[in-house]
Design a protein around this ligand. Sequence first.
Ligand code: PLP
Length: 336
Amino acid sequence: MPNIDWDKLRFEYSTTRSNIRFKFQDGKWDSGTLTSDFNVSLHIASSCLHYGQECFEGLKATMSKDGKVRIFRPEQNARRMASTSNYLLGPELPEELFVDACLRVAKDNIDYVPPYGTGGALYIRPLLIGTSPRVGISPSDAYEFIVMAMPVGPYYKEGIHPVDALVMDKFDRAAPNGTGNIKVGGNYAAGLMPAKYAKDRGYPINLFLDSESHKFIDEFGTSNFIGITQDDTYITPKSPSILPSITNDSLMQIAKDAGMKTERRKIPIEELAELKEVGACGTAVVITPISNIAYRDEVFSYGDTCGPVLRSLYDTLTGIQFGELEDKHNWLLEVK
Ligand SMILES: *Cc1c(COP(=O)(O)O)cnc(C)c1O
């Protein structure tokens, strides 16, 4: 048994027993190997290093009340990574291979899954990199698909508590027909500077507008935007440059199940003044409620505690993940 103080866990990297690696060569994938080596040996001219031919995913396995460990919607992450790889002219990544990799790494590290009741999870991080040497710009022939996993605590240690966001007027996250809708590391490298700009001004997170007109809401730096209107409609932006969040999709389904109206549509920046609750959503945090959004010299406020609608959506999603509520949509896949 690893010696872990579960209550001290944060959302941070830690080493576990193993990771799993698959190599793509001569047009096919191998059958994957678990290893306790946490380094990769790469050619110095690898396409991932020079031209950013790489992408990643993030998902969670949680221990339920019954002691069983289950992964949340891995087939959705598989499909998203396959579509990202496709855009990067990477290899085809079969859904079965992706899901099998997650199951194998979770099983081999099962004693690193935080026990039921701690609020923690095993965070699973798949990574796909182009490994052929390239100096001229062209896609790699060889690739490595790596899945690592590590125990993480709840993202916000003091429980779900609201933060302030700054609207980015000087920076854009992704071009309108660029790579905003795929999960490539380059989007994150490009987001470091705007995030620092916001943090330096006292805002833990930043909110991007559509790059073309700066009139509509796109998404937060690393999470999707959710708004709750005065009549309790769940709204989220429709834009070609947003990363399609699986958490957002799941919360929207939960809202529908609860009889709420849901809309995916363009959200003009002025509409921030009319919303009752605003949240940022993603796998790591599930939902971060937003208390204030600063835009030029205006501030839109949503209270200093999490609003009741977002709270209930949060409780339902985490309740399903921890096996306390019925998994109506078969979102959980057991690690056996
Ligand atoms: C990963 C990611 C999200 C959240 O997606 P989930 O599937 O919910 O984890 C949101 N926005 C961006 C930019 C992302 O990269």
